[in-house]
Design a protein around this ligand. Structure first.
Ligand code: ZL4
Ligand code: CA
Ligand code: ZN
Length: 397
């Protein structure tokens, strides 16, 4: 294969700065930027880059990051190093296991590693660049697999996320778009994005996630968390949460996804959509607990794409690197309209081929029927759909 043709009638752009691959969160940390190397390798091996405009965006500046984050926090991130952190904050040194998370959220989940700020500004620069290409109509679909770090707060790192590139990209989109729909299929709740836009009706946030208040991070996002309660607050009812139990499969997830997203798009009528594609909702994920296959995860991307609304696609979680790469390469092929023509047997000249050997060189290994039974009854799924329809009935008109 000498490359895939560009899709007809719409433009796709791929925003990727390979500098993000250089950083390491530390030994045994589940977040491995190497999964992005693997994703890029698959996209290139399949020749999908020839079907998109490929950009290598510059890093975001401190000023761009400060459009959402607090100045003191941005300063802290830009100065902190593994060498100076204990000098700056001696109170962080609580013992041999590292530091307490009292200072801007840093700790075992969010360590201070070498090049931290360069890493953050690199993935954030790509999301901002992608949003700008959508705003000026140079792209209809813009992709940043290195972004999607949905837990970061205004002045706090959380859950492997330091800078919230999604919030910053949505702020760019809001310069030109009256209404932005945010959809999050990472197995974790998209709490940072939800919190940032809690009190506005210009962004509607929808997160699907495993929910267990006490046993699963971050413990937020129950069904009845739908925005501020005060009747005068414009954000009331503009948040949708879809709490799930372990083990949901492709069929249940696609049914739920379509029955939540279709009425949401019809009633909210967004002029742009941001889709966070965290791949930790796949079966066999190191941190996740769902049973989705690559095709089941990808069917959400196809469904959102089918509405033909300007779309920003970002990555997110995903802790079994070979499956993250499979999912995001497959989803790239969906976005360029080439999924039907990709050979599911991985290209034989594939670099990093050893990473895929476990299940053979296929794009679609069986990831379901793993560890956990499906704890999502038909009744639970129908209850969610009824709740969402009921909630949407309050926002129309
Ligand atoms: C690790 O092995 O549930 C971090 C984090 C580092 C290496 C060495 C330290 C060992 C699992 C996770 C001890 C680490 C203990 N190392 C971390 C309540 C917790 C407090 C911190 O996909 N400990 C916190 C965050 C979640 C918690 C999930 C998902 C991000 C996203 C978008 C973020 N935090 C318990 C954990 C390890 C580690 C092993 C870990 N942390 C698993 N789940 C969490 O939504 C990108
Ligand atoms: Ca989610
Ligand atoms: Zn996650």
């Amino acid at each position: 294969a000498n490359g895939i043709q560009r899709p007809k009638g719409y433009k796709v752009s791929w925003h990727y700065n390979p500098d993000v691959e250089k950083y390491h969160f530390g030994q045994n940390h589940p977040m491995k930027p190497w999964r992005l190397t693997l994703t890029k390798s698959l996209i290139l091996s399949y020749g999908m880059h020839t079907a998109m405009d490929a950009y290598v965006p510059r890093a975001a500046t401190k000023e761009e990051i400060a459009e959402f984050h607090k100045d003191e926090y941005v300063d802290f991130l830009s100065i902190a190093t593994p060498q100076n952190i204990y000098e700056m904050y001696p109170e962080l040194a609580t013992g041999p296991q590292g530091y307490s998370s009292a200072i801007f959220g840093v700790g075992e989940d969010c360590p201070i590693f070498d090049g931290l700020f360069a890493f953050c500004s690199t993935y954030t620069g790509a999301s901002i660049d992608a949003a700008r290409k959508l705003c000026n109509k140079q792209s209809d679909i813009a992709i940043n697999w290195s972004g999607g770090l949905h837990h970061a707060k205004k002045a706090e790192a959380s859950g492997f996320c330091y800078v919230n590139d999604i919030v910053l990209a949505i702020l760019q989109l809001l310069r030109h778009h009256p209404r932005v729909l945010y959809i999050d299929i990472d197995v974790h709740h998209g709490d940072g994005v939800e919190q940032a836009f809690w009190s506005t009706d210009r962004v509607m946030c929808v997160s699907f996630h495993k929910y267990d208040r006490d046993q699963f991070f971050p413990g937020t996002g129950p069904l009845d968390s739908t925005g501020p309660l005060h009747p005068d607050n414009p954000g009331k009812n503009y948040t949708i949460n879809v709490p799930l139990n372990d083990g949901i499969d492709d069929e249940g997830y696609a049914y739920l996804f379509q029955n939540v997203i279709e009425p949401t798009i019809k009633i909210y009528n967004p002029s742009a959509i941001v889709l966070q594609c965290g791949a930790d909702s796949l079966g066999h994920d190191r941190l996740g607990c769902f049973n989705l296959n690559i095709r089941g995860h990808g069917s959400c991307v196809s469904f959102v794409k089918s509405f033909g609304i300007p779309l920003l696609v970002v990555g997110g979680g995903g802790y079994t690197p070979r499956n993250v790469a499979r999912a995001w390469a497959h989803e790239t092929s969906i976005l360029i309209g080439a999924d039907k023509t990709l050979d599911p047997v991985l290209p034989d000249f594939l670099p990093h081929r050893e990473a895929f050997r476990r299940e053979g060189f296929t794009l679609f290994p069986n990831l379901s029927g793993w560890r956990r039974e499906d704890g999502n009854t038909k009744a639970h799924i129908e209850r969610i759909i009824r709740h969402v329809r009921d909630q949407l009935s309050y926002i129309r008109g």
